[in-house]
Ligand binder design. Sequence first.
Ligand SMILES: Cc1cc2nc3c(=O)[nH]c(=O)nc-3n(C[C@H](O)[C@H](O)[C@H](O)COP(=O)(O)OP(=O)(O)OC[C@H]3O[C@@H](n4cnc5c(N)ncnc54)[C@H](O)[C@@H]3O)c2cc1C
Length: 387
Amino acid sequence: MKPILIIGGGIAGLQAASILHTKRIDFILFEKQAYIGGRVSSIVKDGFILDRGFQVLQTSYPEVQRSLDLAELDLHFFESGAMVKDQLFFNPLRRPFDLFSSDILTFKDVFSLAKIWFRLQGNVPALDGNKQTTQELINSYAFSDRFKNEFLVPFFQGVFLQESLTQPASLFFYYLQQFLYGDAAIPAGGMQAITDQMASSLPADKLKLNQEIVAISPTSVTLKSGEIIEGGAVILAVDLRVAAKLLGVKSPETLGSRTFYFSAKSSVNQPGLLRLVGEEHLLHFTCLTDVNPDLAPKGKALYSATSLKNSSETEIKAALERHLPGKKLTFLQSFDLPHSLQLVDDYGAIKKAAEGIVLAGDYLEFPSLQGALESGRKAADEILAKT
Ligand SMILES: Cc1cc2nc3c(=O)[nH]c(=O)nc-3n(C[C@H](O)[C@H](O)[C@H](O)COP(=O)(O)OP(=O)(O)OC[C@H]3O[C@@H](n4cnc5c(N)ncnc54)[C@H](O)[C@@H]3O)c2cc1C
C-alpha cells in the first residue's frame, strides 16, 4: 500500500502518525513550519524556554494518560487554585479548610460551588449538545459579584481565550472537573517536550518539515513547489482555518490571544499559581519559574502574561509592574496568536467538503490537547479500519 499522507505536524497529526507507525502502516507527514508541534511548541531565547503561547498540560485528560509517558516528561505542577488580587484561592477539594478563611468567597458562593460540585460527579461529557453558554450558566448561579467577576469569569476567559464566554456550558463543567480532580503541569523542557516525545518514536525521514501543502485530493497532496505526491489516503490534520481554506470552505471565526514573556531576578519560594487580573490588557500572569525553574537560567525568573486584546508590550509591562511593585522586568518575547482556539461547532461544511479525505484536528472535538489527541486517534483508526 502507498504511504498515508498526513498534512500537519501538530499534536493531532503526530498522534495519527504514531498510531499508524505502531501498526506498521507507512506514512509521510508534511509540516509547513521548520518545527513540529504546531500550537504545542517552544523556542529557546537567551537561555529561557518560551512556549509559543502560555498553556498547560492537564494530566487527567484520558488521551493524555493513554498517549503520553508523563513520567518521562518530568512534569512540574501548578498549585491547584489561583491568586486573585493578592488573595490565594486554593482548590477546595485539596484544601477544604481554606474555603472558610477565603476573603473572596461568601456563603452563597460556597453554596453555589457545592451545587456545581454535585454536577461533576460521574462522567461529565465535554459536549452534550445543550445550547446553554458558559456565561449563561455562571449567571444562573447565585455567585457574589466579587467571586464571579474576580475569579470565575477571568479564569474561564483564560481557559477559553474568549471574553464573552459563549463556549458551551458542558465544556465549563468538563474543564472544571479536569482542574479540580487533575493537575495542571508544564514539562521540565517546556511544552515542546510533549511534541518531542511523540515525534521521538517516529522515523525522522518520514517527517517532512518546511513542506506547505497547497492542494489535496483523497489520495494525493500538492506541495508549494508544484510537486504532486500520491498516497494510499490523506489525513488532513491542520488547524481549522487552513482546513477550511484547503477544502474551499468559508473561513470560520477563531479566538486569538497574545502571550508576553518577561524576565526578572528570581524570587524565592512563591507558590506556583496563576494570578488572575481581568484588566483590559492583562487577563492573567504567572511566574513560570515558581512552577518550573528549568525554564530560565539559574538566578532568573520567567513571567508570562496573557492578553485577549491587541495589547502592546509597553501596556502589558506597565500592568504587570502595578501588580509586582518593585520588580524590574525585562521584556523577552511576545507571541501573537490570532488563531489560538476555535468555537465549538459541528463544522458540517468542512466535513462535507472533505469527502474521501480523513480529518484530524482539535476543532473536530473541542479545543485542547485532549481534543487534538482524540481526533488524531480517530483519524488513524479510520485508516486502519480500511486496511
Ligand atoms: C495560547 C494557547 C493556549 C492553549 N492552552 C491550552 C491549554 O492550557 N491546555 C490544552 O489542553 N490546550 C491548550 N491549547 C490548545 C492546544 O494547543 C490545541 O488544541 C492543540 O495544540 C491543537 O493541535 P492540532 O494538531 O489540532 O492543531 P495545530 O497545533 O494547529 O497543528 C496544525 C499543524 O498543521 C500545520 N500546517 C498548517 N497548514 C499547513 C499546510 N498547508 N501544510 C502543511 N502543514 C500545515 C501547522 O503548522 C501545525 O503544525 C492552547 C492553544 C493556544 C494557542
